[in-house]
Design a protein around this ligand. Structure first.
Ligand SMILES: Nc1ncnc2c1ncn2[C@@H]1O[C@H](COP(=O)(O)OP(=O)(O)OP(=O)(O)O)[C@@H](O)[C@H]1O
Ligand SMILES: [Mg+2]
Length: 302
């Protein structure tokens, strides 16, 4: 089983998974592993919050279990459910074969065979390779009752199923929670976690990410792409492009055999970086040309 014993090791192991991680983030990941505390990551869309859980699981050789949050998510869908369809079939079969003993049937219907484990229960079961990485993604999309429930679940890592008893994790999972901060997550939950705000990367770091994720892109083009996206982020846009958009745009430009960015290329491919018509309309024409000129001036050797 792999373990990461220093901040440098965390950084290197993530880099081996093509995840570029600055020292502050590597530090909080290391501490979260060392102290066994959940890691709460907040940040804009597409800055690598979800990806870090995937990269960490791969780096540690652990299973990744993901709980995708959404409005209305309840404990049933997060922990376990009984397989009603299978239970009904079992009842019908028993009836057809002459009616089984009611108590025996009931006992049989509430066994592991009829249990559907959802992510939280799954994360508490023993896994080959050690405790899994449990990603609780986009927590801000759920509502407060679920958050309160989660607070408890993260506290003791055990689940009580009335018909089966208590299932406790042999070793607590490595927990990563993410939020896009569409609403504030409750203090009580935050207090349990180590916190890190994942910001947009600097020019150098984003270039490094692009090298890792789109290595086919030539150096000059990569620099132009990153500089232009960084410039866009300083504009007053409804939705600023994330790192995901930078990578997508690079892939689009590669697919079109573009060697260097021009206002025409920008106009044709803006949909890869901006996803709102108002933002796209703002950036079309003269504005794109102006930004590109600024970018060129910045990139030019002094
Ligand atoms: N630091 C990084 N190193 C390598 N790749 C990165 C990094 N940050 C982002 N990426 C790339 O950007 C993509 C989007 O990242 P991810 O899905 O993790 O964003 P997110 O913060 O979870 O966004 P959202 O809030 O929209 O869910 C990833 O698939 C990955 O390719
Ligand atoms: Mg995400």
């Amino acid at each position: 089983m792999t373990s990461l014993n220093s901040i440098d090791e965390v950084q290197q192991a993530l880099a081996a998974q093509n995840y570029v991680c600055g020292r502050p983030l590597a530090t909080v990941v290391f501490l979260s592993l060392r102290l066994g505390r959940p890691l709460f990551l907040e940040g804009e869309a597409g800055v690598g919050k979800t990806e870090i859980a995937k990269a960490l699981a791969a780096a540690l050789g652990r299973r990744l279990i993901r709980l995708q949050c959404y409005e209305g998510l309840d404990a049933g869908s997060a922990v376990y459910e009984w397989n009603f369809a299978e239970q009904m079939i079992a009842i019908r079969t028993a009836e057809a074969s002459g009616g089984a003993d009611r108590e025996a049937l009931k006992a049989e219907l509430f066994t592991e065979d009829y249990l559907i484990a959802r992510p939280l229960l799954e994360a508490m079961r023993p896994q080959p390779g050690g405790a899994p990485v449990l990603l609780i993604d986009e927590l801000d999309r759920t509502d407060e009752p679920f958050e309160a429930f989660l607070l408890e679940a993260l506290g003791d890592f055990q689940v009580t199923i009335p018909e089966l008893g208590t299932i406790a994790a042999p070793e607590p999972p490595i927990v990563i929670l993410t939020s896009n901060r569409t609403r504030e997550v409750h203090d009580a939950l935050k207090r349990r976690c180590l916190y890190h705000w994942v910001d947009y990367p600097s020019f150098d770091r984003e270039l490094e990410i692009l090298h890792a994720r789109a290595p086919e892109a030539a150096e000059t083009l990569s620099r132009e792409i990153v500089a232009f996206v960084q410039k866009l982020r300083t504009e007053d846009l409804f939705k600023k492009p994330g790192v995901a958009e930078t990578i997508d745009w690079a892939k689009c430009l590669l697919a079109l055999d573009v060697m260097t960015i021009s206002p025409e290329v920008i106009a044709d491919t803006l949909g890869a970086i901006l996803k709102y018509q108002d933002d796209i309309a703002r950036l079309q024409g003269a504005e794109a040309t102006r930004l590109l000129q600024e970018v060129r001036a910045e990139l030019a050797p002094a």
